[in-house]
Design a binder for this molecule. Structure first.
Ligand code: IPE
Ligand code: IPE
Ligand code: MG
Ligand code: MG
Ligand code: MG
Length: 342
């Protein structure tokens, strides 16, 4: 079941808040080896992020089949797609949301793995020549470049199935388990991420209205982020109706902000920082917030979403002022999502 040996993880942090998370016996990593000082997140958020990222890396390494296990080519590709890269924003949202409901850490870890497996699968397929045709992902060759197209296709399929397999092993009450599986499936499918990706592909070269653009972004990116938050919260005490409404409002704001910033970074950043090919949206003639609203208005929109996310959490806390502290991580993650540089 839990196969593969978790690699030892070394976490190094220097005084200039340059952070390196490197898996021992792997090459130096690009994604933390850059200044984080431009983030206005507190260092305690940074500590929490580093610890959580290390924890999720170990859990993902342990939950994936070993690369020595037949079919080795597919299992190696799955591990390559998932491990050793990415900001792990979705797992971080799972852990942060779990703080709201005093969730069990083991269940949170399982949910965090499941949602990251779905995300990793979506990236593998997103990069394929029939979609965005990107040769670079998380600072390394995309899965189809390294392992071939057929294996990339199967890697995505297998990661998706594995996400369900992992989540289904949860020890939450059966009704809760079913709700979590339903949430993950819906967020991944045609009324979630896949639906958004379909609209994205159908929109090449077209002008979308702001409403259509927002719907596409909410589906292709927002849906899975929302699933992450609700999966985390559901690993603990029951949410009441008002809390669900407030959390949904938070997710809508953060989900939109995440993809608006992704669109902005595609224009303003470079491939080394991003770990994926910059300028790809324009090259592929994709309608984005930047192409429709321009850079400044897009940045203002992301900021508006950040404030909306904070307001939503305030509403959540009004329900129970003792929750003030437990919403802190979600609130900080909203800031991180808008202020990130990759
Ligand atoms: C990139 O997601 C794809 C989108 C949904 C915009 P991330 O920016 O979370 O990618 P990683 O996981 O950090 O590589
Ligand atoms: C993809 O959006 C969102 C997914 C569901 C993978 P993008 O195509 O903009 O993501 P990047 O920029 O390649 O990471
Ligand atoms: Mg895409
Ligand atoms: Mg893409
Ligand atoms: Mg993008």
């Amino acid at each position: 079941m839990w196969q593969g040996k978790a690699p030892a993880i070394a976490i190094r942090r220097t005084t200039s808040i340059r952070v390196q998370l490197s898996l021992v016996s792997h090459s130096p990593k690009w994604w933390f080896d850059k200044p984080a000082a431009n983030l206005t997140c507190s260092s305690s958020l940074l500590d929490w992020m580093i610890r959580s990222q290390g924890h999720i890396e170990t859990a993902l390494a342990a939950c994936l089949p070993s690369g020595q296990c037949t079919p080795t080519h597919l299992h190696e590709a799955m591990r390559y797609a998932v491990l050793d890269g990415g900001k792990r924003v979705r797992p971080l949202l799972v852990f942060a949301a779990g703080q709201l409901t005093d969730a069990n850490y083991e269940e949170l870890t399982r949910a965090a793995c499941a949602v990251e497996l779905i995300h990793a699968y979506s990236l593998v397929h997103d990069d394929m020549p029939c979609m965005d045709d990107d040769a670079l992902r998380r600072g390394k060759a995309s899965v189809h470049v390294k392992f071939g197209e057929a294996t990339a296709l199967l890697t995505g399929d297998a990661l998706q199935a594995h996400a369900v397999f992992v989540l289904a092993q949860g020890k939450n009450p059966p009704e809760r388990q079913l709700e979590m599986l339903r949430i993950l499936a819906q967020a991944s499918g045609s009324r979630g991420m896949c639906g958004g990706q379909a609209i994205d592909l159908a929109s090449v070269g077209m002008h979308l209205s702001l409403e259509q653009l927002e719907q596409m972004h909410q589906l292709k990116t927002g849906a899975l982020l929302q699933a992450a938050v609700f999966l985390g919260a559901l690993c603990g005490q029951q949410l009441n109706g008002n809390q669900r409404v407030a959390l949904t409002r938070y997710c809508n704001a953060v989900g939109l902000a995440f993809q608006v910033i992704d669109d902005i970074l595609d224009v303003t950043s470079d491939s080394i920082i991003l770990g994926k090919t910059a300028g790809k949206d324009q090259a592929n003639n994709k309608p984005t917030y930047v192409s429709i609203l321009g850079l400044d208005t897009s940045k203002a929109l992301a900021e508006k979403c950040r404030i909306e996310a904070h307001n939503a959490l305030e509403t959540y806390s009004l329900e129970n002022p003792r929750l003030d502290l437990s919403v802190q991580r979600l609130s900080q993650l909203a800031d991180f999502i808008v202020q990130r540089s990759d």
